[in-house]
Design a protein around this ligand. Structure first.
Ligand code: ADP
Ligand code: MG
Length: 256
């Protein structure tokens, strides 16, 4: 059984075709990098795979179940591209990470929630932030809290959208180490990356999107050298305007 089985996925947003016939089968335990220029449809594709945006057509199965209530969502972790506008009620890192333990009928967090949340934060080197408000954190700190929120579930399938953008290099290494441990434990990982960089040793397979279509699916392209550019970066890196910000629900709950 594949972790992801997507067939001929099409997504239309604002009347425009954004994902145009993507097939993607990811066997369990594989670590896949999803690459492509800004605006090529990477975020939209993973949102469609997770049921966050509707498919115009096509089929998606996650962990063997068609998208919908039958998917074991508690085994799926998702780190969206950036934290939704932090407004409203002040929220601590503990609360954000513990929300990663809630799903479907589990509306009450487990007794060992603090220990589990702290362990997930520690895996990213930020356990000291546990009682801090996320609204007062830097973008990089917020990002690590969101990653911890996905890790605390010990997911079978983890999807990360540019998790290390805006994170400094030493912290990226911490994150690569955390991801290696997950891979060793058999977790399936799909990670959208701007460049492979320090992730190179972890990546089994690279899928490159261009204008909503897969233009490469196979071994990862060589990591970018000091001065060189990986091929996918030659495509209009800033050709498309930024998509609208996500609503808060996308950050705090993947379950449709
Ligand atoms: N909600 C939306 N409504 C209309 N267009 C969108 C929406 N979200 C994204 N797009 C457009 O879809 C294209 C792909 O966006 P996205 O999936 O975010 O690409 P990537 O993650 O590869 O940078 C872009 O042209 C973007 O402007
Ligand atoms: Mg994106």
């Amino acid at each position: 059984m594949n972790a992801i089985d997507a067939t001929d996925v099409h997504v239309t947003l604002g009347g425009q075709p954004i994902v145009r016939g993507v097939d993607l089968a990811v066997p369990p335990g594989q670590v896949v990098a999803l690459l492509g220029a800004n605006g090529s449809g990477k975020s939209t594709l993973v949102r469609a795979l997770l049921g966050v945006v509707p498919l115009a057509s096509g089929d998606v199965r996650l962990l063997g179940e068609p998208l919908g209530r039958g998917v074991p969502w508690q085994r799926v972790g998702y780190v969206p591209q950036r934290m939704a506008a932090a407004g409203g009620v002040p929220t601590t890192a503990l609360e954000v990470v513990v929300s990663g333990l809630l799903h479907g009928r589990r509306l009450r967090p487990p007794r060992d929630r603090r220990a589990r949340a702290t362990a997930a934060l520690a895996a990213l080197g930020v356990e000291d932030l546990v009682d801090r408000r996320v609204q007062e954190m830097s973008g990089g700190q917020q990002q690590r809290v969101l990653i911890a929120r996905a890790l605390v579930r010990e997911p079978a399938l983890l999807v990360l959208d540019e998790p290390t953008t805006g994170i400094d290099l030493p912290t990226q290494d911490t994150f690569v180490t955390a991801l290696s441990r997950l891979r060793d434990a058999g977790t399936t990982v799909v990670v959208i990356l701007h460049e492979i960089g320090p992730f190179a040793p972890l990546i089994d397979r690279a899928v490159v999107l261009r204008h909503g279509r897969v233009v490469h699916d196979g071994p990862p392209p060589p990591a970018r050298g000091e001065h060189g550019h990986a091929e996918h970066d030659h495509l209009h890196p800033h050709a498309d305007p930024e998509p609208p910000a996500d609503g808060p629900d996308l950050t705090l709950e993947v379950t449709p």
